[in-house]
Design a protein around this ligand. Structure first.
Ligand code: NAD
Length: 476
């Protein structure tokens, strides 16, 4: 039986003429639907956010922070429910769904604290003027999010936007909008003023495009593909409003011959298998120094082959891909791997038995990949690691920087000079040494170089994108 989940606008459930089906990627079953909102629903949502935002921006910081903390607490109180729903709609292993709920709560808590210690400054000019800067909200911020980490990604932009005093309108991904709706309901329960957090569900071309074009939106936070990022940036440029673009990646793990492999291999494996490789910051390229190539490939191949794969709610190590089309896309890259590389392990879809009609693919390691070819350049977005070798640090750097992306990199070395050179010269928003990802890292500023995007979310810096700086000058 499918359940229907209305959009949430001005605190009220709202239906639209069209519906979008929601599928369980572990089984292929359609289990829910949401309205396909369009310009009319977006209009009402933006008007509600504008109206609520007018009082909210003047509400005491302590009161705004308290509301955010109450949302965080309610998310924690409902961790099991939210985690299960996230796991079901995205196909991620249950433990990850539960962890995502915990991190979602942490975002609300973190930005409650961040706004309480955030302030402008005074500017010394001369004795006859008093000059100060202050941060003001944009008014209404639009948030367009993907399906891979729906709760975490909404929280990392909605929490700072609300903290800064904005009203917000969220368009979650059509594949996985259910936790966003539940969370917005919890925000109402937490006493967040009505209209500050609206969720318009539906397709990108309808609800997403209507939100992007709406004249009442003062800033857009977009997380998703480069292709859609370009469409949204173009629309925002027409209206001359700022955007934050959190786009894709082809992030390398770079393993030097002096690396501690016992430490490196499990982290490298997890960095590509987490969420079945459908993570923007997935460690999807392996660059390994020649002399340790065989050993690293062998260790990773063994770990891949031993991976437990299954339906998300059974909490395996690896769940399904999000959808049939996404699986087809990944399989087409595996086909290329057979002709232009060496498939060391994996390479097949999994069907029947435990896998039923779900969208499962084996963890796959493809060696001898041409770094300049599609396997070495494209974001595959599946449990697929592509490997190539390097001779020395300069070649490692050239390969690491040799794609259009620049989101994250992992460096594995025990040499302190190599570590610092790589952090300095790898063109990526985050460079990790002897670790990768830092357990979610709500506190760490995140965002891309090059086509991985611009602007930063997360961390205290993440507040700035959701405000605009004003300079006040008073003649004394
Ligand atoms: P997508 O770009 O297809 O969709 C993202 C969102 O944009 C969805 O809500 C979608 O409905 C909406 N959208 C689509 N067309 C639109 C349009 N014309 N106007 C307005 N909105 C529109 O991305 P996806 O497939 O959901 O997610 C995968 C991509 O997201 C990958 O490239 C991944 O790397 C990226 N991603 C980046 C980050 C990051 O923080 N950098 C995080 C997660 C995912």
């Amino acid at each position: 039986m499918t359940s229907s989940h209305p959009a949430l606008i001005a605190g009220e459930p709202v239906q639209a003429s069209g519906q979008v089906d929601i599928q369980d990627p572990s089984t292929g079953e359609i289990f829910a639907s949401t309205p396909d909102c369009g310009p009319a629903e977006v209009d009402v949502a933006v008007a509600a956010a504008q109206q609520a935002g007018r009082a909210w921006r003047l509400t005491a910081v302590a009161e705004r922070a308290a509301a955010l903390r109450r949302i965080g607490q309610l998310v924690l109180d409902h961790q099991d429910e939210l985690g299960r729903l996230e796991s079901r709609q995205t196909g991620k292993p249950l433990a990850q769904g539960l962890r995502d709920a915990e991190l979602t709560a942490r975002y609300f808590d973190f930005y409650a604290s961040a706004i309480e210690t955030f302030s402008g400054s005074t500017v010394p000019l001369n004795a006859s003027n008093l000059i100060y800067t202050s941060w003001e909200p944009h008014g209404v911020t639009g948030h367009i999010t993907p399906w891979n980490y729906p709760m975490q990604i909404l929280a990392r932009s909605i929490a700072p936007a609300l903290a800064m005093g904005n009203g917000t309108v969220l368009k979650p991904a059509e594949e996985a909008p259910l936790t966003a709706l539940r969370l917005a309901g919890l925000a109402v329960e937490a006493g967040l003023p009505t209209g500050l957090f609206n969720v318009v569900t539906g397709l990108g071309e309808s609800a997403g495009a209507a939100l992007t074009r709406h004249p009442g939106i003062g800033h857009i936070s977009f997380t998703g593909s480069v292709e859609v990022g370009r469409i949204i940036s173009t629309a925002a440029a027409q209206r001359v409003i700022p955007v934050t673009m959190e786009l894709g990646g082809k992030s390398p793990n770079i393993v030097f011959a002096d690396a501690d492999l016992d430490r490196a291999v499990p982290v490298i494996v997890n960095s590509i298998l987490q969420m079945a490789g459908q993570t923007c910051s997935a460690g999807s390229r392996l660059l390994v120094q020649e002399q340790i190539h065989d050993e690293v490939i062998d260790r990773i191949a063994k770990a891949f082959a031993a991976t437990e794969i299954g339906p998300a709610l059974e909490d395996p190590q690896l769940g399904p891909l999000i959808s049939g089309p996404q699986r087809e896309r990944v399989l087409s890259y595996l086909e290329q791997g057979r002709s232009s590389g060496t498939v060391v392990t994996g390479g097949e879809a999994l069907n029947g038995g435990r896998y039923g009609d779900g969208y499962f693919v084996q963890p796959t390691l493809i060696d001898d990949v041409d770094p300049a070819g599609p396997l070495g350049q494209d974001e595959i977005f599946g449990p697929v690691l592509v490997a190539s070798t390097f001779k020395d640090l300069d070649e490692a750097l050239a390969l690491a920087n040799g794609t259009d992306y620049g989101l994250v990199a992992g460096v594995w070395t025990t040499h302190v000079g190599t570590a610092h050179r790589m952090v300095r010269d790898v063109m990526a928003g985050q460079v990790f040494v002897n670790t990768y990802g830092a357990s979610g890292g709500v506190e760490l500023p995140f965002g891309g170089f090059k086509q991985s995007g611009h602007g930063r979310e997360k961390g205290a810096e993440g507040l700035r994108g959701f405000g605009q700086l004003k300079t006040g000058v008073i003649a004394l």
